[in-house]
Design a protein around this ligand. Sequence first.
Ligand code: NAD
Length: 369
Amino acid sequence: MTETVHVPLPGRAYDVVIGPGLLAEAGQRIAPLLRRPKVAIITDENVAALHLDALRDGLVRDGIDSRAKVLPAGEATKSWENLTACVEWLLDERIERRDVVVALGGGVIGDLVGFAASILRRGVRFVQIPTSLLAQVDSSVGGKTGINTRHGKNLVGAFHQPSMVLADTLVLDTLPLRDLLAGYGEVVKYGLLGDAEFFGWLEKHGPALARSDDSARIAAVRRSVEMKAEIVVRDETEQGDRALLNLGHTFCHALEAATGYSDRLLHGEGVAIGCALAFELSARMGLCPQEDPSRVRAHLRDMGMKTDLGDIPGELPGPDALLDLMGQDKKVVDGQLRFILARGIGKAFVSADVSENRCSDGASRSAGV
Ligand code: NAD
């Protein structure tokens, strides 16, 4: 039942292994990477309570000793303070240049620990064991690592590819439904950006995936990882095509900033709304058929997800303020917003040619104003 997607980056190639029960097999999978039978694991408190013992048992079975550090859960953990704490702890544990650090958790842990590994002793190897759907389909693959600063999200970081990714689909059973659906926002994004057939498959099988059908989960994670890997191999450091992965993200980042990076809107929820807005905008610009945004929204609604600005609890700033927030996005090049637009489902492209009026138009329409 296990699937493997190879990420063939020259000199930094690695496998993403996907399937049930991989925590129990972690020892045998990781052992070939080790020079001595010892690893350092960093995780968060939620994941530690549910899955840390299983991972350590899986390592011990192959004679691998592990030390673990447990951090608070949540986006605020991606901070300078925790970066320092991780690096100092890894040094306390005498983790050497040839050792391996393990990131066990969602995207927050993966991003933070990957960054810590990239700067520890000028770079040690790390293994991603992603435990949220978002981390399995997106953040654990591709080597973007980093932390947030008071200036915004992910503004400090490094490209540092993992040496292996173990995506155990059984751990998704303990993920709260809201987090699972937020991760599903990124899954839908792959269909929308480059694979109409996959989007059609999701329309049919998405509900089973949400109900914990393991074969649907494996298939969705595999296809998402394949698509991410293909794009990352074409453009590792986002000089061009990798920006396609940001479909929905310019809207999403503005909405996250407007909601104070709080529980009002999870990242993947913002991505889903952002994808719907990107299709709305594309249709208004005459780039894609009018029915495409409706089809996107219909699927998100079927899944019980947020689809419009009006679904976000509390007040939101008006279209102008949202546009201002979009202007601070990292994807702004020479002061121009680069949008990911679409010529249809599965046909996204990068465009710098979007007037401000069009954007605020799309935002007002989604807000129903
Ligand atoms: P997260 O790491 O905060 O996890 C979400 C919540 O689920 C947390 O409370 C966590 O403790 C809990 N959790 C995780 N796995 C669980 C499990 N199996 N059972 C029970 N609870 C579990 O957030 P996330 O949604 O995984 O990731 C979001 C982060 O990923 C953001 O910081 C975002 O910037 C980053 N990201 C990075 C990339 C990249 O390419 N590096 C891509 C997309 C997103």
